[in-house]
Design a protein around this ligand. Structure first.
Ligand SMILES: [Mg+2]
Ligand SMILES: [Zn+2]
Length: 210
């Protein structure tokens, strides 16, 4: 807060007052949207490992329906994905961007829309520690700020525990949707500490009325 006000200091007291008013309005009026934070590989699209070629993108059944239902419910759909293949030199940011565009195109063909994509290009062994690799919160914090999201009423969905664990931090709902790649101990942990669903359609039935 102090940091946000400092640029206004040369305007005198009136300027400081305006800065504070702006901050309070932003926090109280905008942070009202309940998002779905959803993992990409193994959750929205099939996980073939470090996907580089847009032609290899294949939607998982139920994915487009679930995203579309969130769209109709006016809930932002935010993809957050770990892409350590970039740190490993197996794909580039340009490859990632092409794959992202393909995901959006395939969803658009089915009337479904992703509000924003965020990715972590790092891996601790290659690029050192970062604050954005799930289950760390860096990308979620950015999304919450940039899209005026109320974290506590949002939903975390993915096929790995690291996708669901951030929900605990925000005291929000987290649902694991296991894929072939999900280790059994992660399913058991989600059954104890969060929730588990068979498909994304089941997740929608759990969280949306009707
Ligand atoms: Mg995944
Ligand atoms: Zn990162």
């Amino acid at each position: 807060m102090i940091g946000a006000v400092q640029p206004e200091m040369n305007l005198g007291l009136a300027g400081i007052g305006r800065a504070f008013t702006g901050e309070f309005q932003r926090v109280s009026l905008r942070a009202i949207r309940s998002a779905m934070f959803i993992d990409r590989d193994g959750t929205l699209i099939k996980d073939i490992g470090y996907i580089k070629n847009p032609d290899d993108v294949e939607l998982i059944p139920h994915a487009a329906n679930a995203v579309r239902r969130m769209n109709y419910a006016l809930r932002p759909v935010i993809v957050v994905t770990n892409q350590s293949g970039i740190a490993r030199g197996m794909l580039t940011e340009v490859d990632y961007e092409r794959v992202r565009a393909r995901v959006d195109d395939l969803l658009a063909e089915r009337g479904a829309y992703i509000d924003a994509h965020y990715h972590c290009p790092h891996h601790p062994e290659y690029t050192g520690p970062c604050d954005c690799r799930k289950p760390r919160l860096g990308l979620f914090e950015r999304a919450i700020h940039e899209h005026a999201i109320d974290a506590g009423s949002s939903l975390w969905v993915g096929n790995r525990w690291s996708d669901v664990e951030p929900a605990l931090h925000y005291r929000a709902r987290g649902v694991l949707v296991p894929s072939d790649e999900t280790p059994g101990d992660e399913i058991e942990r989600a059954l104890r500490e969060a929730e588990v669903a068979q498909t994304l359609t089941d997740v929608m039935h759990m969280i949306l009325p009707g």
